[in-house]
Design a protein. Sequence first.
Length: 438
Amino acid sequence: MKYYLKEIETAPRHELEALQSFRLSQKIRDVYKNVAPYRVKMDEAGVKPGDIKSVTDLHKLPFTTKQDLRDNYPYGMFAVPMEEVVRIHASSGTTGKQTVVGYTKNDIELWAECAARSLVEIGGSREDFVHVSYGYGLFTGGLGMHYGAEKLGAVTIPASAGNSMRQLEMFRDFGSSIICMTPSYAISLLEFAKENGFNKSEYKLKAGVFGAEPWSEEMRREIEDGWGLKAYDIYGLSEILGPSVSCECVYQCGMHICEDHFIPEIIDPDTLKPLPAGEQGELVFSCITKEALPLMRYRTRDIAALAYEKCECGRTLVRMLKPQGRTDDMLIIRGVNVFPSQIESALLQFDNSATNYLIVVDRVNNYDTLEVQIETPVDIVGSIADLQVYEKKAKSVIDSAIGVGVTIKLKEPKSIERSTGKAVRVADNRKIKNKFGK
Ligand code: DLL
């Protein structure tokens, strides 16, 4: 098994925790001294840097949220003077101002190292041709994987997203072996490839790192079979780093978190109390090495669970299981909690080609309605009887997966918008908040 940093990646837990404790106690001094809004929060909570001596003290610290970044827009949460900042990224949410994040030279270096580590985890090496089709720009996907691939010494292809024909040509002519893009883009590119006579044997594709949005195991199978490669999940968020906060290894059983840089916790989003290992809840990260934006106990809103058992790859770094969704995209339909990922999973189990769908939620006469729009499979377009059977079956698998009755609307083939970045899967027209206030 190949590792990027074997000593860290396979360290016994007590050694890793000792390193985390040391780094945390140092970093919290920095943060208290240099980040005024966080100092105020710590003072209000009655916690001093000296109270944080080890990872077991983490729970004493106040949380940070996206709202803190918005309130201190653009640079108010930075822990270093702007002269030390060499890069800015930003992510635009659906509401409010962009979330602005910054990196020092050392931060860029540590990010590149985490991304290189991810590429090694999925079996990559300097022999590879890493084709980056995440968007380049303020989004962290493109430049994040780009620096990682270069750090590894691989041939880096900064393709960015868009222009399907050119992407395919480059895959083939440049000998791309590892591709990096959102899973929804991998699916829409695959659809295009199949229509244009894609022949696997002309390509050297062996693996892909797909992330930036939730995707199901069914979608993984679709991508693996269609492209003829191994599809790995990679996770990250701009506020913490960008891609490579965690990444799967070749065993595909959860994403190893770069715990030497980011300490994860799982909390109950209602009570805000830490949950025992293995339970599902909201993922929280504390940055213990970053310089420009070392957020402490940052609430990601992502719902996941942590698995501490040793992985077959030999890494001891904790694995986060596939995020099930976000506290802010959980839908409450007639009182029942529904995650879009449950609908995707049920739908694709029934029809693995139904990868383009849209969930439309509305409220009619105080009654929540849930409609799933699916593109009609081309082979049944002309047959009313087949369409009826299809619709009925889709409804029954989704109804029983989520426990709420849905309406199925079959749309023309190719009528649902394709994405080159993160796909938009839900249109909630009710404009009401869920129980997490989102
Ligand atoms: O999406 C960073 C990234 C780029 C990750 C490329 C992986 C690959 P943001 O735009 O700030 O950053 O969005 C972060 O995306 O809180 C999750 O809700 C979601 N997300 C990211 N990766 C995954 C994943 C990038 N593998 C938000 N599975 C996060 C599920 C993911 N959700």
